[in-house]
Design a protein. Structure first.
Length: 326
């Protein structure tokens, strides 16, 4: 019986430790290690078209045209949670199972979300910059307290709930919107349900995005929405850049329509030449919210176990498109 061929493209996979990769090697699979390479790399497509399993990251778009070339493909293991780089209906039509790694990085993203919120409200980056320039004008850094402010969460999945856990420590009022409302979990975290997400905009001091990107919510935050918010409010995006109209965000920040923005996810990555990077009231990060030693180790092991289960005829969990491999 031929071995299952596993093609590894995801650059972060086992970047810190090869424990999970060694586990994969011990499972008697044929492994093609193309981490960090792309379709322009010599031999890449030839190897990819042999794969039974693709371990994919964020920078290789798996669309119907590519799947049509991959005649042997039976499973896509997505490194991380976001699935916008995989055409799920096309995979389902071709009987290809798609798995991701929910919950593995939720604490990491929640930590960075809170860090960006505090950084913006207490002007921490600006203070650090002034100190490094030899300045000591402490009266210029009059920030805003997070204590008992109102937080709006768009998305109350694992990451949104992890942010809520931290917000409870600041006695914040927490408003949440999610079309798949996790009633019991939300109640336990004191998250108030908002039926239409825009209804929270005039109420929040902090708006934090933690939803998947879909065709229906692309650029959900634009000029009309910023006009609904308090001038003292801030926006944090550690989800997907396309959720925000960045031109409208720039105008809202420059004009003082809102007070600040923490951006980890960008419409174009890297955001070369983005005018947002010229603003003092923007805290910019390079889409690294999920990047911790612990989250990478969790994702390494989860996607590895999914691939091994698949190779042994065991249904990998979770399979997001309900393809039964049995």
């Amino acid at each position: 019986m031929s071995k299952t061929v596993v093609f590894i493209q995801a650059p972060p996979y086992c970047a810190g430790s090869e424990d999970a990769l060694n586990k994969l090697r011990e499972a008697d699979l044929e492994i093609i290690d193309r981490r960090g390479q792309n379709i322009d790399t010599p031999g890449f497509m030839d190897d990819l078209c042999r794969a039974d399993v693709l371990l994919n990251g964020n920078d290789l778009q798996i669309n119907s045209e590519l799947m049509d070339q991959m005649k042997s493909l039976k499973m896509i293991g997505k490194y991380g949670v976001g699935l916008d780089m995989v055409d799920i209906p096309a995979a389902t039509e071709r009987n290809i199972a798609v798995c991701n790694s929910p919950g593995c990085n939720c604490q990491a993203v929640a930590d960075q979300t809170l860090g960006m919120i505090l950084g913006l409200m207490r002007m921490i980056p600006q203070g650090d910059s002034h100190m490094r320039q030899g300045k000591y004008d402490h009266t210029s850094f009059k920030g805003t307290e997070l204590w008992k402010k109102t937080l709006g969460l768009v998305g109350v999945g694992a990451i949104g709930r992890a942010v809520a856990m931290r917000a409870n420590g600041f006695k914040m009022r927490i408003l949440g919107y999610d079309p798949y409302w996790p009633a019991e979990l939300a109640d336990a975290l004191n998250i108030e349900r908002i039926e239409k997400w825009e209804e929270m905009l005039p109420k929040v001091d902090v708006l934090s995005l933690h939803c998947n990107l879909t065709k229906d919510n692309a650029q959900m935050l634009g000029s009309d929405q910023f006009k609904m918010m308090k001038k003292s409010s801030i926006v944090v995006n550690a989800a997907r850049g396309e959720l925000i109209n960045e031109d409208a965000l720039y105008e809202a920040l420059k004009s003082g329509e809102i007070a600040g923005a923490g951006i980890d996810a960008w419409t174009n990555e890297p955001p070369t030449g983005s005018p947002l990077l010229t603003l003092d009231n923007v805290l910019a990060m390079p889409h690294s919210a999920a990047f911790t030693v612990e989250s990478f180790s969790n994702m390494d092991m989860q996607v590895t176990d999914q691939i091994i289960d698949f190779s042994r005829g065991i249904q990998p969990r979770p399979t997001v498109n309900n393809i039964n491999i049995g």
